[in-house]
Design a binder for this molecule. Structure first.
Ligand SMILES: Nc1ncnc2c1ncn2[C@@H]1O[C@H](COP(=O)(O)OP(=O)(O)OP(=O)(O)O)[C@@H](O)[C@H]1O
Length: 469
């Protein structure tokens, strides 16, 4: 047995690849297989004797991880065994422990937690069925990557649990982001969330609310970009019956709706100047006057705003009021772009795959190697929203159990494909050319540009591979 040799048994190839790369960086020698039968073969072979730890998924295409664990124990192999389960599989985690697993880890896996468990299991040496069974905690630890329970989708039928709706990620960028979120959430400070479209600003706003003392009160989200100018005052402050044509009943505005809770103003940079003036007053005085009413109403709200515009520049241009800017920006949080979130990219891709499976009633296992490369090399200008849409479409299109590059390619925009990997072997080359042509709507000059080759070379290759459009 060699403490550095880990066998990963995981049928989600993307995740397995990610784990393998990460563990290799930590100095481990890693083998991966995707079926129990392959694991048994490897463990029975010459190399099997050196495996110092098995990290196995619970659900595998041919048998489950428990079978592998029990097989090892029957063969009197005391190699440490860590079972990976989903949150919905507490019973399986219990069973794994009773069958002599050294430990288990709930998915989504938080790398630091996994590393700790691996080191603990290796330090503990081999495991004995009888010892492991009763002395270990059986509830999976809630990793920090998963949002509080209220953010998970409770619409699942009792049999098949829905995947979580959100995850935080484990990259350095995520750590920093949620460090700020956790820090500012319990305070009364107004927060301005800055970031490109689709980076997940609304989720961060909700997280701030959920972690504040206002959590039990309403979270009211207003998309300032979508409110027509002439109804803005009524939307924010409400109106009384008869205040204007069409005001057939009293209406509570967003500030009153958010009383005691959090008011989230999305796309705050889109507010017209006169609405900015009205808002400033409401924010300063914590009082609003519904349109057509003589009375002011006192309101208690915490303000969180978001924008993908550069508000400081808008202030300099004179299109956004400086006093309002300072009011809404007692603390600012900058959202990282997806391309800067490292391995979180695959955690999100995997989450969106599971969400799409659940929504579309499909059972796609993961991404194949080329699809994974494509995901890694694309720059995701539309961030999480784009990844979610692309994965959902690919889940619908996929004809085998795995998403392929061809399932992803049609959805990738030319803007992001610039980072496409260099052309390699023939199979790879052909699919990349097809992807580039699809993404440019057949425009060969642009496709050549995306692929980093000249137009003439592209024509030759189109002919060589018999690519028709
Ligand atoms: N942490 C997360 N985990 C999983 N999905 C997420 C997460 N954050 C956002 N999403 C998903 O990504 C998509 C975009 O998120 P969101 O609308 O919050 O982005 P945004 O930054 O507010 O975009 P915009 O500026 O265009 O309004 C949504 O479908 C959302 O469900």
């Amino acid at each position: 047995m060699n403490d550095n040799h880990i066998l990963i048994v995981e049928d989600d190839l993307t995740f397995a690849m990610m784990l393998r790369t990460w563990l290799a960086k930590k100095g481990f020698h890693v083998d991966t297989v995707s079926r129990v039968s392959d694991a048994v073969k490897l463990l029975s072979g010459d190399d099997g004797g050196t495996v110092g730890l098995v990290l196995s998924d619970m659900r595998l295409p041919d048998r489950d991880g428990i079978f592998l664990l029990q097989w090892l124990r029957k063969c009197n192999r005391a190699v440490p065994f860590i079972m990976m389960t989903s949150y919905a599989e507490v019973q399986n985690a219990v069973l794994a422990m009773k069958s002599g697993a050294s430990d288990y880890i709930a998915k989504p896996v938080q790398p630091d937690v996994l590393l700790q468990k691996i080191n603990d299991a290796l330090a503990g040496g081999g495991c004995d069925v009888a010892v492991a069974a009763h002395e270990r905690p059986v509830m999976p630890k809630q990793g920090k990557t998963v949002v509080p329970a209220e953010d998970t989708d409770s619409s699942a039928s009792s049999g098949s649990a829905a995947p979580p709706r959100y995850l935080r990620g484990t990259s350095e960028a995520a750590r920093q982001l949620y460090g700020y979120v956790d820090l500012v959430a319990p305070t009364p400070m107004s927060v301005l969330i800055l970031g490109a479209s689709g980076t997940g600003k609304e989720y961060v706003a909700r997280s701030i609310h959920v972690q504040s003392r206002r959590a039990g009160r309403p979270f009211v989200a207003m998309d300032c970009g979508a409110i027509p100018r002439d109804v803005a005052a009524s939307e924010f402050f409400g109106h009384v019956k008869g205040a204007f044509t069409g005001a057939v009943a009293d209406k509570r505005g967003a500030f009153v709706e958010a009383d005691g809770g959090t008011l989230f103003l999305d796309e705050v940079g889109n507010l017209s100047y006169d609405v900015q003036v009205q808002l400033l007053r409401a924010i300063q005085e914590h009082r609003v006057r519904p349109v057509g009413s003589a009375r002011e109403v006192e309101v208690d709200f915490r303000l969180v705003c978001a924008t993908n515009e550069n508000l400081a520049e808008a202030v300099a241009r004179g299109t956004f009021r400086e006093d309002l800017y300072h009011r809404i920006n007692e603390f600012s949080i900058v959202m990282p772009e997806l391309k800067d979130r490292g391995a979180d990219l695959f955690l999100f891709a995997d989450l969106f795959l599971r969400q799409a499976n659940h929504e579309l009633d499909r059972d796609i296992v993961g991404f194949d190697a080329k699809a994974s490369e494509m995901i890694a090399s694309y720059s995701w200008p539309g961030n999480l929203r784009e990844l979610k849409n692309v994965v959902k479409r690919a889940v619908l299109l996929a004809r085998s159990g795995y998403i392929t590059a061809a399932d992803l390619a049609p959805s990738l925009s030319p803007a992001g494909i610039l980072h496409i990997l260099p052309l390699r072997d023939d199979g790879d080359e052909k699919s990349r050319i097809v992807a580039a042509l699809r993404s440019t709507g057949g425009n060969k000059s642009r496709a050549a540009q995306l692929l980093g080759i000249d137009r003439k070379t592209l024509y030759n290759k189109i002919e060589k591979y018999g690519i028709t459009q």
